[in-house]
Design a protein around this ligand. Sequence first.
Ligand code: LLP
Length: 466
Amino acid sequence: MSTTHEAGWAHAPGALRGPAWLSPPQDPNALVPLLWSSTAHKRDGDLVVGGVAVADLVAEHNTPAYVLDEDDFRARARAFRDGFAGYDVYYAAKAFISVAVARWVVEEGLHLDVCSNGELTVALRAEVDPARIEYHGNNKTHPELRRAVAVGVGRVVVDSFVEIERLAQISAELDTTQGVMIRVTPGVEAHTHEYIATAHEDQKFGFSITSGDALEAVRRVHDAPGLELLGLHCHIGSQIFDSSGFEIAAKRVLRLHARVADELGVTMPEMDLGGGFGIAYTTQDDPSDPARLASEMTAIVEHECRGLGIAVPRLSIEPGRAIVGPSVCTVYTVGTVKPVTLDGGAVRTYVSVDGGMSDNIRTALYDADYSCTIAARASQAPPVLARVVGKHCEAGDIVVRDEFLPGDIAPGDLLAVPGTGAYCRSMASNYNHALRPPVIAVRDGRARILVRRETEDDLLATDVGV
Ligand code: LLP
């Protein structure tokens, strides 16, 4: 490789240094534990997850594949349940859901947040008690709402005035009472990518607190027979590490909560502070553990409630990524390795794998960073700075923008990318008619398919020209 040098890669003429946060690994065969699920380790170069060697899994199931560490998922779910004791913890299905995962969520004592009819279908198929389901969305249709009310979801989070009307009409028609939370925008700019920040004013979600819409929504829900006003809901965004955003949001929402008590004489029993807890995709990220998050958030809320002279409402949160994100790695097979000489003579090594933006759109969509490792052999070759790309017809089809991989990386090697449990399979597409990969759970040395690989018949099933 042209970037290797006897004194190390960085001394080679024209070597690319990569981003400042990324340094060449001391041991290119070792895993960085923070980035991997808890059972993942290397055994003589073989990546082992849930007691299963990834190479064996691939021999049976092929690549690409999402490998889900069941014990890790369950442990993270329990860590939120126990860390946030006294809260209701809703797992956000949008991060990833399947029938088996919905069952694990309930078995570990969590509730479920769904934001579409499809997610509700999976939850019901898994026989999740509808009372434990919270239903989200900024544009729920009349039939969707009717189904949610008819099956008895515990909470509908309303997001617009027209939805309040629809919901009131439906609960009257069905002669029932529907629990309602009101999504409000506290006007906080979360420090995250613009597309995943959700509580500033100029976006589609929620009722603005500052404009007075939020208070008006509270009035309308309160006045509607058949709707039971349970509380306010806010979600400030995703992949957030800094509790200052939560603090400002909680203060503003609690002030509204207190104002409702003053002006309408109604004490809302609950408040939902949303999800958004960040995970480590690379060594740049330093997430908190759930118990610490809980004590910080509780302290903020209790302090504010004392100041306002109100009782602390029952709190809930909705983590998605922080539970499933680190539990999954995606395994690919390397197809080509192409050193590309850049202006100035530096060489970037493009490593193409058999998936890409169809199974992980996050790099292209949010500039997300990931890491990766070779998964089925050890290598002593000096590392090269590589870019892992997919097989789609698009230059932005990047999986891992920058990573040091062994300089002898070659076609046929397996590559594993950790941290792909959230918003990868759930946002996967059939771009270029790719077949979406399976999700395979591993535990105690056994592998179990949760979602099978798509087939060409699946692709053609909706093509009525066939
Ligand atoms: N609750 C609400 C109301 C939400 O909108 C979301 C995420 C969550 C909870 C869960 O957030 P989490 O804890 O997973 O961050 N596709 C983007 C993330 C979009 C998040 C949408 N809402 C990504 O890949 O980063």
